[in-house]
Design a protein around this ligand. Sequence first.
Ligand code: ARG
Length: 443
Amino acid sequence: MLRFSSSLPVDCRLWRYDIRGSLAHVEMLGAQSIIPTEDANTIAAGLRELEGRLERGELGFAEADDEDIHSFVERELTQKIGPVAGKLHTARSRNDQIALDVRLYLKDALRAAQTEVRALQAALIARADEHFDAILPGYTHLQRAQPVLLSHHLLAYFWMLQRDFERLEECFARADVLPLGAAALAGTTFPIDRQRVAKALGFARVSRNSLDTVADRDHLLESVSALSLVALHLSRLGEELVLWSAPEWGFVRLADRFSTGSSIMPQKRNPDSMELVRGKAARVFGDFSALWSLVKGLPLTYNRDLQEDKEPLFDAFDTVIASLQISRGVIETATFNAEKMRSVAGGGFATATDVADYLVRRGIPFREAHEITGAAVRLCENTNRELWDLTLEEWKELDARFDEGVLESVKVEGSVAGRQSEGGTAPQRVREQLEEARTLLAG
Ligand code: ARG
């Protein structure tokens, strides 16, 4: 049963938070004369000594057979300072204690994830700036649709990550609430000062209902939900880089340290880094699913089931933070092949919409313009040519209303430059977008 029920191998990584929370608690117990100041000082000194030993690696968790990190700390403390250690747990329960430890962890973990999101955003901005004018096909249905700037494409990921950053910020605000003082579930008979503890531990607020406080896991669920979206975005980036690095695309070459060779096929250069980023998203969705299933239908208040929340929580943060770091490394070191991109950007009649738009500007209804352009595409297909290969005479034969303007409209650069609507791919618009992204990052 001890082996089945022990959470120490998982929650030992909360030791810093557990000790920090105990230090704030015992200081308050002393200040409120709930225990003698002298005892509070002895306990605090003992906790600091234990903290030092753990910090220096003089003490580990491997041999311990305690049920959880709280029992571990209390046992070590008792060994050092004797029975007075037993006063630390006055006006407290492991139920509000674990809630505290996890909130302290969560606040740090959210900040760490945000830092990595910012770093990847910065890398995307840098590469977008560097390859500002490069043009590649934009796709719908994975069919070449209209040419776009590579900078525009890279910045699309900036905005996904910007929403992720904001979601993590919102998660932080709701995690930033002190649960300690709820005790087992109903509060305590001792005159505790929760505001004092909140201030000492850097919490913005104190929780309002003791029952909700020890039962609540919303902040874990919503954080892992936000992380699932980060992982989902990275999996899409991963998929694109995998496609783009295939020789058939050849848009990008991942740096050696983010690729691997095959043990039997010497010609291969596998984009394992981004395949794994794509695959790791599945783990995170599993963590998300585990947490949701865990809490569903649980009666108030604390139930031991809740001990199972830590593994998926830690795994989701570890996995997403690592995936962000790898993605950043890949983006920073990738070699983009602008020539290859440009060579296929206009192919597949990617500027057909521009011909139709040109006719519309000459007063022809869009539906009719669409039809005329369709005939031009068929002519090119039958004669194995691209739109820019057609002569003005051929255009005029298709429709008398064509003039030399059509020869400009089929050009890739013109197609991109023409998309000047807000949020469009015209260089001027993307330049503004880049500046806005920079401002957000600096803010
Ligand atoms: N190890 C427990 C957890 O992680 C701590 C709280 C245990 N409380 C209790 N009454 N058994 O959830």
